[in-house]
Structure formats: structure tokens, C-alpha cells
Design a protein around this ligand. Structure first.
Ligand code: GDP
Ligand code: IMO
Ligand code: MG
Length: 446
């Protein structure tokens, strides 16, 4: 890892790869930690000295009080959830003051976005029999899709800066509430009409509390770069959930790959010096959508129990399966990944055999090593596996790559050989301390 440069941390699978842990770890080497996409659909866990923090909107660098955390313009902010998060961090002694900046251009997740998200999911899942596919996505119901839809739709969108402008907000909400009430009715929600005065009062109260944090973060970040400060970009969600490059339509509504960084922060791509791709040693997914290496077997259950694979945001059990390196290689390519962090390796201890998917067989019998980010075609592919021996001992106390069991080292070397990327970080437990950092020279390739 090069010191003194800007780094992106990005998930290479379907989320929950352990990005929060690595952002917290790399915070020490950067000055600004910046979220560029997503919203409170993210759940990033950081464990320090046995104390666990789950972050949803605030960057995972917040536990280091001398660093600046920035919520960029590409994030959709639920002010209610943000205030709850600030309060719960402060109650635990974490400072959230001048060290948190929020873009005045970040879009606001409104209460009606969350209602719309949940109502649409319900309508779609109850209409399952009418189509050959389940059209519900299994969203987190955090209002993410409707908030981004409003951003693209423009006229009905509210941005964080609007919470500081009472007249503008009130007049806009009068129009919005009338339209939104009709739309929610159409989705079968029998709720009372939205009251623009009540909504504006509540948003303005929240705006008042958040005012010290709301700034033009594009200038904040450019000035920081001009001053020689370094930036750590924290991806939320993951590349295979990217609206353009993921398994559409079973994706989220933002560019979660590193391609979202320039638009979501105002910092050009040439300022990103290195990209750490975060991958689990196996694969998980929450919600609907294709997952070629999913194990709907005892193996999947075993991974779930050993890895405690239950959602950080929704508590849902995560779907589990073998490592899909076709998918990881695709994501690594899109994200411009320069090194890998291999997470949760400890979960694979005690398996007799491990499998890595290296290619797919198409229905016509041909074999491809290309990922097909198309939810209609992906389920018809059969994974082709490389099988290798597992290891029996627990590795949660490992501090050095060389002292890992030979089978674990072999597993890592195969990942490096197949992806062509060095694994610079190996994670063997949730705690910040349970991390093995291999020097580039220790990697099989580089
Ligand atoms: P994120 O969304 O990418 O930040 O990941 P999440 O926090 O949603 O999920 C990762 C889960 O794995 C969290 O519960 C972490 O505490 C946990 N975790 C991270 N690294 C490791 C590891 O190496 N081993 C184990 N057993 N758990 C880990
Ligand atoms: P982190 O940052 C895992 C999934 C949801 C659903 C789909 C769309 O913790 O890795 P949305 O609410 O965004 O409209 O849901 O995307 N999803 C995630 N899955 N980790 C996440 O974030 C996710 N963010 C969204 O489960 O399938
Ligand atoms: Mg998560």
C-alpha cells in the first residue's frame, strides 16, 4: 500500500465484504474519509477492541477523531437516520462535530421515499404469479431507489442545502406533497394526505441540527488535495449491485463501483491513486437476483453460521456460496483494482474441501470466463469449479501470512494467480487487530 496517496475501497461482490473494517484500518493512512454513493442501505461494521459499531451513513473513519469524514454529493441522506447515527455514536463517546461534512448537494431521502420503496416491493412480490420472474428486488426499504429516482427526475427532489432554506422548502413541499399523496394512494397505501407544513417543520428542525455540517464538499475536498492531504473513498454496496454494471435489475440505484467516485464527490478519476478491492473468501448476497455459486445446501448453511452471515442493516439471513472469481475478476476490472483484501478467511477453516469458480458453462455447452451482468442470462450458467483441500485449524490468531496453514496459503495464491492481483490484506476475524498485511513482495504476483 502506497502511503501519501488517495485510495478507494470498494466491494467486488454483492456487498457486506467487510469494507467498513478495511476503511477503519486504512483511515490511519489518510486525512479525509469520503462516502460517494448509496445511503442508509449500507451497513458497515467496525470492531475495535471488542466494541462493535455499525455505520450506515457516516464514513467508517469516524472512530478516528482527528480525521475528517465527508458525505459526498452522490449519497442519498436520510436526515432522521443520520441524526440517530450521530446521537448513538456520541453516546458511545465518538466525536461527531466539525469532523463531519455533508454535501449541500446530497439528495434527501424523504419519509415518502421509504413508504414508496416498501409499498412497491409489496405490490411486486404479491404479483409474483403473474410473471415468470420475481420483480421485487428485496430492497432494504430505506427509500434509496425512490430518492435517486427523484434526483434523476429533478423537479421533485430535495437536497440537503434545501433544509437550510425555509421559504424555498415550504413552497416546494406544497406541490410535492399533493403529487406524492396521489402516487402513494395508487400503490394501495391508505395513508392520510401528506401535510406539507408538518413535513417542512420536521425537515427544518433536522436541518437546523445538521447545519454546522452542511457545506460545499466539492471545494472542501479539492482544497484538501491542494493542501497535500490524502483521501480515502469508501464505497457503499458493491460493484455487482452497481446500477450500470451490476446484475440489473437486481441492483441498487447508484454507481457503487469506483466509477461513481468522480460524479459522487466532484473529484476526477485521475486523483484516485490506488483501489483496494474487498472480497470475501466466499460469496454472499442479500435480497433477490442471480447468484451462480449459491449453495442451497448444508455447505451454505455452514458458511452462514460460521460467518454469522446476517444483514447489518436488515438482519436478513444472507445467501451463501463458494467464491466466484469470474465475478470478482469482472468487478476488479471495472473498478481499476490495484490490490485485494481477502476477508473472512477464518470462516473457511474446518471445511474438508473448498471450491473456487473459475469459469461458467453456457446452456449450449460452451465455456466462458466472462461475467454476464444480465439477470436473465446469469441463472442459466453452470459454475465450473476448481476444488482444493481445506484446512482444519482455526486461524483467527494469525498475524503473518507465512504462518497460515499451507492449504490456506495455496487458496490465497490461487486467487492471486486467477485475478492477477496481489492480496495485500488478509482478514481472519472481525476485529481491527485480526488483520494480516502482507507486503507486496509476499504476494504471488504484483
Ligand atoms: P461491509 O458492508 O462491507 O462493511 O460489511 P458488513 O459489516 O455488512 O459485513 C461484514 C461482517 O463480517 C461484519 O459483521 C464484520 O464484523 C465481519 N467481518 C469482517 N471481517 C471479518 C473476518 O475476517 N472474519 C470474520 N469472521 N468476520 C469478519
Ligand atoms: P453494504 O454497503 C448488501 C442490496 C439489497 C437489495 C438491493 C437493492 O453494507 O455492503 P436498495 O435498498 O439499495 O434499493 O436494495 O441491493 N443491497 C445490499 N446488499 N450490502 C449492501 O450494502 C447493500 N446495499 C443494497 O439487499 O438486494
Ligand atoms: Mg454491509
Amino acid at each position: 500500500m502506497k502511503m501519501g496517496s488517495n485510495t478507494a475501497v470498494v466491494g467486488l461482490q454483492w456487498g457486506d465484504e467487510g469494507k467498513g473494517k478495511i476503511v477503519d484500518l486504512l483511515t490511519a493512512e489518510h486525512d479525509y474519509i469520503v462516502r460517494y454513493n448509496g445511503g442508509a442501505n449500507a451497513g458497515h461494521t467496525v470492531v475495535v477492541d471488542g466494541k462493535k459499531y455499525a455505520l450506515h451513513l457516516i464514513p467508517s473513519g469516524i472512530l478516528s477523531p482527528e480525521k475528517y469524514c465527508v458525505i459526498g454529493n452522490g449519497v442519498v441522506v436520510d436526515p432522521e437516520k443520520l441524526l440517530e447515527e450521530i446521537e448513538s455514536l456520541e453516546q458511545r463517546g465518538v466525536t461527531v462535530a466539525d469532523n463531519l461534512k455533508i454535501s449541500d448537494r446530497a439528495h434527501v431521502v424523504m419519509p415518502y421515499h421509504k413508504e414508496h420503496d416498501a409499498a412497491l416491493e409489496k405490490v411486486l412480490s404479491s404479483s409474483a404469479g403473474q410473471t415468470d420472474k420475481n420483480l421485487s428486488i428485496g430492497t432494504t426499504k430505506r427509500g434509496i431507489g425512490p430518492a435517486y429516482a427523484d434526483k434523476v427526475h429533478r423537479s421533485l427532489a430535495i437536497r440537503m442545502g434545501d433544509l437550510l432554506d425555509p421559504d424555498h422548502l415550504r413552497s416546494k413541499l406544497r406541490v410535492i406533497c399533493a403529487i406524492r399523496t396521489r402516487e402513494l394512494d395508487a400503490l394501495g397505501l391508505d395513508t392520510p394526505p401528506l401535510d406539507p407544513t408538518v413535513l417542512a417543520d420536521s425537515l427544518l428542525r433536522m436541518g437546523e441540527k445538521l447545519k454546522p455540517h452542511i457545506v460545499d464538499t466539492v471545494y472542501t475536498l479539492h482544497e484538501a488535495i491542494d493542501d497535500g492531504k490524502t483521501i480515502l473513498f469508501e464505497g457503499a454496496n458493491a460493484c455487482l449491485l452497481d446500477i450500470d454494471h451490476g446484475t440489473f435489475p437486481y441492483v441498487t440505484s447508484s454507481n457503487c463501483s469506483t466509477l461513481g467516485i468522480p460524479s459522487g464527490t466532484g473529484i476526477p478519476g485521475r486523483n484516485i491513486d490506488q483501489v483496494v478491492g474487498i472480497m470475501k473468501a466466499y460469496t454472499t448476497r442479500v435480497g433477490e437476483g442471480p447468484f451462480p455459486t449459491e449453495e442451497l445446501t448444508e455447505t451454505g448453511d455452514r458458511i452462514r453460521e460460521r460467518g454469522n452471515e446476517y444483514g447489518t442493516t436488515t438482519g436478513r439471513p444472507r445467501r451463501c456460496g463458494w467464491l466466484d472469481l469470474v465475478a470478482v475478476r469482472y468487478s476488479a476490472m471495472i473498478c481499476g483494482t490495484t490490490s485485494l483484501a481477502c476477508m473472512l478467511l477464518d470462516v473457511l477453516s474446518t471445511f474438508d474441501e473448498l471450491k473456487i469458480c473459475t469459469a461458467y458453462k453456457l446452456p449450449d455447452g460452451t465455456v466462458t470466463d466472462r461475467f454476464i451482468p444480465d439477470a436473465h442470462r446469469l441463472p442459466s450458467l453452470t459454475p465450473i469449479y476448481e476444488t482444493m483441500p481445506g484446512w482444519s485449524e482455526e486461524i483467527t490468531d494469525a498475524t503473518d501470512r507465512e504462518t497460515l496453514p499451507p492449504e490456506a496459503r495455496h487458496y490465497l495464491e490461487r486467487i492471486e494467480a486467477i485475478t492477477g492481483l496481489p492480496i495485500d490484506i488478509i482478514s481472519v476475524g472481525p476485529d481491527r487487530a485480526q488483520t494480516v498485511r502482507s507486503s507486496p513482495a509476499a504476494g504471488a504476483v504484483g
